[in-house]
Design a protein around this ligand. Structure first.
Ligand SMILES: Cc1cc2nc3c(=O)[nH]c(=O)nc-3n(C[C@H](O)[C@H](O)[C@H](O)COP(=O)(O)OP(=O)(O)OC[C@H]3O[C@@H](n4cnc5c(N)ncnc54)[C@H](O)[C@@H]3O)c2cc1C
Length: 417
């Protein structure tokens, strides 16, 4: 089997991998290879046929496949090499071991960019009691069955979880003539973007049941009904108030998990919160020749953020491969009060603006976001409203980043609920 040598190898031809590869090439990497296990580029965007992509990045509204197509074309123009139908199995020092139907391929690289995306949490992750009938799908699988293969998956559907995929599927199913009876959310607030609630639930009169969960699934061959109960402030179901909803299909939209099996083979340090690698602002992991971007790093709300972050990863991967990136001393970047996580988790105090991406812990109004170091507040921003479903971004100027000392802490304080 043929082996390869390259400056930068990227795993995953989704929007993250393609943006990173194009950027690596533009920043001087001579040979850039993308390894993709599917037979087409585009990643998850291939099945996202709704509009809503690219408003920030391209300043226009595109469908997922259109957004992906633009990057595929750019990748071809920039002479990126693709190894499709090829799965990356293991990272052994500076060799990526892959497999396809022709056998094992070893790719020796200068730097490697992880861009493998994420997978959905399943019923097994939730341990919902009840029988095991047909008719239970994760929302993304349902999306693929409907949008790619043209199937109809049921007639009456209940959706568990108010994440973006669940809400988008509520609208997709309604447009297909399917009755969506309710979207059930265990938290007292929405998991996804507010705009998706308006466009996908409110516009179709689909009830959203906050602070509720599914406590039982009934059915022999096929789902017949689900039992739904409100939850108390500790998310414990109040069984005496449980009710049943008749349905033949249950969709689970209960979160995504970064796909980091490959990352673990290189013993890269992972964050317990994001489940992705811990990186500095260059998207460089604790193994300096391995970078990470996109949903494998942290689950993003908008693909536009993915593209921007991944361009950074590709640029710095190219510089590292050329011996032009000094890692330098790093200080920790931490989530302070009101913040769930911050990416990056470390910062090299050097020239260049630093984008800090983070999610708040709970929704709130009149929110003040701050970035501080040991000397005091370096940056603050006021927002009318913040929600955990939306990724926030603060950019620290190069001047402040260079002189920061101790540790950086990002905090969010709400003046109203
Ligand atoms: C249902 C849904 C709706 C969305 N709606 C919107 C929206 O309206 N607007 C918006 O801006 N964003 C939206 N997003 C978010 C956006 O699509 C994602 O943030 C983005 O696609 C993530 O890109 P990625 O490249 O990190 O991951 P992916 O697109 O998942 O790509 C990862 C690629 O890596 C490949 N891969 C994984 N492991 C390996 C391996 N070991 N070897 C080789 N290849 C591998 C996979 O096959 C895949 O092609 C939506 C996402 C979903 C799921």
């Amino acid at each position: 089997m043929k082996d390869y040598d390259c400056n930068v190898v990227v795993v995953g031809a989704g929007p993250a991998g393609m943006a990173a590869a194009i950027s690596a090439k533009k920043n001087g990497a001579q040979r850039v290879i993308i390894v993709e296990r599917e037979n087409r580029t585009g990643g998850i965007l291939k099945q996202c046929i709704h509009a809503g992509f690219g408003l920030q990045y391209f300043g226009e509204e595109l469908t997922g496949p259109e957004y992906a197509e633009r990057f595929s074309n750019l990748a071809k123009e920039n002479e990126i090499e693709f190894l499709l139908d090829t799965t990356a199995l293991e990272i052994k020092d500076k060799t990526l071991v892959c497999v396809n139907t022709r056998g094992i391929i070893n790719i020796r690289f200068g730097t490697l960019v992880l861009a493998m995306g994420c997978r959905e949490r399943t019923r097994a992750n939730l341990t919902i009691p009840g029988s095991r009938p047909a008719g239970i799908y994760t929302a993304g699988t349902a999306q693929k069955l409907i949008n790619v293969y043209g199937h109809k998956i049921g007639k009456e559907v209940v959706i568990l979880g108010s994440g973006d995929i669940g809400m988008i599927m509520a609208r997709r199913l309604s447009l297909q003539g399917v009755k969506v009876k309710a979207v059930i959310e265990i938290m007292p607030y929405l998991a996804g973007l507010e705009r998706n609630k308006v466009q996908c639930l409110d516009d179709f009169n689909i009830p959203l049941m906050l602070s509720h969960t599914i406590v039982d699934i009934t059915g022999i061959d096929r789902v017949e009904k689900v039992t739904v109960a409100p939850v108390d402030e500790n998310r414990k179901p109040i069984m005496e108030k449980a009710e049943t909803i008749d349905c033949d299909t249950l969709l689970l939209s209960v979160g995504l998990i970064p796909e980091n099996e490959l990352t673990r083979t290189a013993d890269v340090a992972l964050s317990g919160i994001t489940k992705g690698a811990t990186v500095n602002q260059y998207k460089q992991t604790d193994k300096p020749y391995i970078f990470a971007c996109g949903n494998v790093l942290h689950v993003n709300d908008l693909v536009d953020h993915v593209s921007h972050e991944s361009e950074d990863a590709g640029k710095f991967a190219a510089l590292y491969a050329a011996g032009k990136l000094d890692k330098g001393a790093e200080i920790p970047v931490e989530a302070g009060e009101g913040v769930r996580y911050v990416c990056p988790q470390k910062m090299v105090c050097a020239d260049g603006n630093v984008d800090l991406y983070f999610r708040t812990l709970v929704p709130g109004r009149n929110t003040t976001l701050t970035v501080s170091d040991d000397t005091g507040v370096l940056l603050s921003k006021k927002l009318i409203r913040t929600t955990p479903g939306t990724i926030e971004k603060l950019t620290l100027s190069g001047e402040k980043a260079k002189n920061a000392s101790g540790r950086l802490v990002v905090s969010a304080e709400h003046k109203g609920a």
